[in-house]
Design a protein around this ligand. Structure first.
Ligand code: A2P
Length: 270
């Protein structure tokens, strides 16, 4: 498994399984199991997904040592208030059957509470219960505000990123500030997989359109977090390290950008 080194020196695998919408316990545990077998070592959950416990069970049931697995969770928007954040994180650790997580994120730039919530995350980071901390769904504006006051620079900004929502300014900003970008919904929730440019690039490499979308994330320097509960697709989605997209492919794929937000759109958040 290839890794990226975060701005605090902690290593993170450069692809992971997104657990968004995995609400069935057995299905989630089976997906975690299939992913571990396929070579995934990064698992991305959140308080709001209500499946931290299933991830914990899935990891406990496997032979892979805990220290080889990178766990991310996120503080839900309802838990940003100071009296709720730390207790909710303790509950997350219990759910995950873990003493610490590798990466803890603020799930969304909640207007009135995000700065205070970041200070709470910094305290958790200094306590050693999160090896790295970061944010999710932050735009450049939210990051600028955060960097003005933060003691700890976020290690990661996890955002919706795919060929239909390419966000070049945000990527450039994060890269210039040494903030790793994780791509959630790299498959745009499976929208547009039958698009003709994707299909023709896929044919060129003997790959699927989904694999081209995931590879595109790697080419722009992001860490893709495709979600699947299907063992065959879980294997397919990590089988993207034996080819790369050339400049002509990237230029063809650049033309697909159309600001498609398939879930949250944080651009209007004050
Ligand atoms: P499933 O879980 O049944 O595999 P995203 O990660 O962009 O949010 O996309 C997740 C959606 O894409 C889910 O509906 C998932 O369904 C589907 N999906 C995941 N991998 C693939 C793939 N390789 N080909 C087609 N659809 C996929």
């Amino acid at each position: 498994m290839e890794t990226v080194t975060l701005n605090n020196g902690h290593n993170m695998p450069n692809i992971g399984l997104g657990l968004y919408l995995m609400s069935d316990r057995i299905e989630c545990i089976q997906a975690v199991n299939a992913a571990l077998e396929a070579g995934y070592r990064l698992f991305d959950t959140a308080q709001a997904y209500h499946n931290e416990e299933f991830l914990g069970d899935g990891l406990m049931a496997s032979d892979i040592p805990r220290e080889e697995v990178f766990i991310t969770t996120k503080i839900a928007v309802d838990n940003f208030a100071p009296h709720l954040l730390v207790p909710s994180f303790k509950q997350s650790l219990d759910n995950l059957q873990a003493d610490m997580v590798d990466l803890l994120l603020l799930h969304f730039p909640v207007t009135d509470l995000r700065q205070e919530a970041w200070r709470a995350l910094e305290k958790i980071y200094h306590s050693g219960r999160a090896a790295a901390i970061g944010v999710s769904n932050y735009t450049v504006r939210h990051l600028e505000e955060l960097l003005e006051t933060a003691d700890v620079t976020p290690a990661v900004n996890q955002v919706e990123l795919h060929v239909y929502l390419q966000q070049p300014e945000l990527l450039a900003y994060c890269q210039s500030h040494d903030i790793a970008v994780e791509a959630y919904s790299p498959l745009a929730h499976a929208h547009g997989l039958d698009q003709s440019v994707l299909e023709s690039v896929a044919r060129k490499y003997g790959k699927t359109p989904a694999q081209i979308m995931i590879r595109w994330c790697l080419e722009v320097g992001a860490i893709p977090l495709p979600k699947s509960v299907n063992p065959r697709r879980i294997r397919e989605n990590i089988d993207v390290f034996d080819f790369s997209l050339d400049a002509a492919d990237m230029s063809d794929l650049a033309a697909l950008d159309r600001e498609l937000h398939t879930s949250w759109d944080p651009t209007q958040v004050a």
